[in-house]
Design a binder for this molecule. Structure first.
Ligand code: C5P
Length: 215
């Protein structure tokens, strides 16, 4: 069974998808980590971000591995390194390229082959797994997402003013929604889960109910 969870940044997709996968004994795939890893690799290799051919060739050449919730790039574990503001700010360049998306989508389908999996991202229900048995679009208001993000950053020792969180969140939302391919939007057959005012446990339970109804 394939369960897709798409939604905007800060909606809590990763933590819900991970918990759902744990509860159901499914694999979990964080596709954002794949976009992050190739972006980090392109930065490390000093690839010119204006040079589309070079970026595409780089993504084709790398060996990306997702194993037990960790991501490695040419056999180097980059799970922690991919979550920096520099990487986050640069991802859209690669994520906008059709060839890069095709390459990563193909790998995502290969990872899911023959497995029960919960996969989260932006385009999982629309482009990558249009025939998934269960599709959830997890969202929350911009205000609630920003507050949660600010709390996460504070927990990681970074105190960022809410205005700054909102500015970067708006930029990312706009980039994710306006992408020509793989843009952020709910699939026609996705169930919308709006998590404002819900506790994490309530969101988890609701997601499990949606999956049970689809199974
Ligand atoms: O989910 P996360 O915030 O880690 O994703 C980082 C970025 O990767 C997103 O803002 C988006 O630009 C890109 N992405 C994508 N398609 C996906 C997952 C992530 O374009 N399926």
């Amino acid at each position: 069974m394939i369960v897709t969870i798409d939604g905007p940044a800060g909606a809590g997709k990763s933590s819900i998808a991970r918990q759902v996968a744990d509860r159901l004994g499914f694999e979990f795939l964080d596709t954002g980590a794949m976009y992050r890893a190739v972006t980090l690799g392109a930065i490390w290799n000093n690839i010119d971000f204006q040079d589309v051919d070079a970026l595409v060739a780089y993504v084709r050449s790398v060996n990306l591995k997702w194993h037990k919730n960790r991501i490695s790039l040419n056999d180097t574990d980059v799970t922690n390194e991919i979550r920096t503001p520099t990487v986050t700010g640069a991802i859209h360049v690669l994520a906008d390229l059709a060839e890069v998306r095709a390459q990563l989508s193909q790998q995502q389908r290969r990872i899911a082959e023959g497995r029960d999996i919960v996969t989260e991202g932006r385009d999982q229900g629309t482009e990558v797994f249009p025939d998934a048995e269960c599709k959830i679009f997890l969202t929350a208001s911009p205000q609630e997402r920003a507050v949660r993000r600010q709390q996460q950053l504070a927990a990681a020792g970074r105190n960022v003013p809410i205005e700054d969180v909102i500015v970067s969140q708006n930029r990312r939302d706009e980039e994710d929604r306006s992408r020509p391919i793989g843009s952020l939007r709910p699939a026609d057959d996705a169930v919308l889960l709006h998590s404002d005012g819900m506790t994490p446990d309530e969101v988890l339970q609701k997601a499990l109910d949606i999956i049970a109804a689809a199974a």
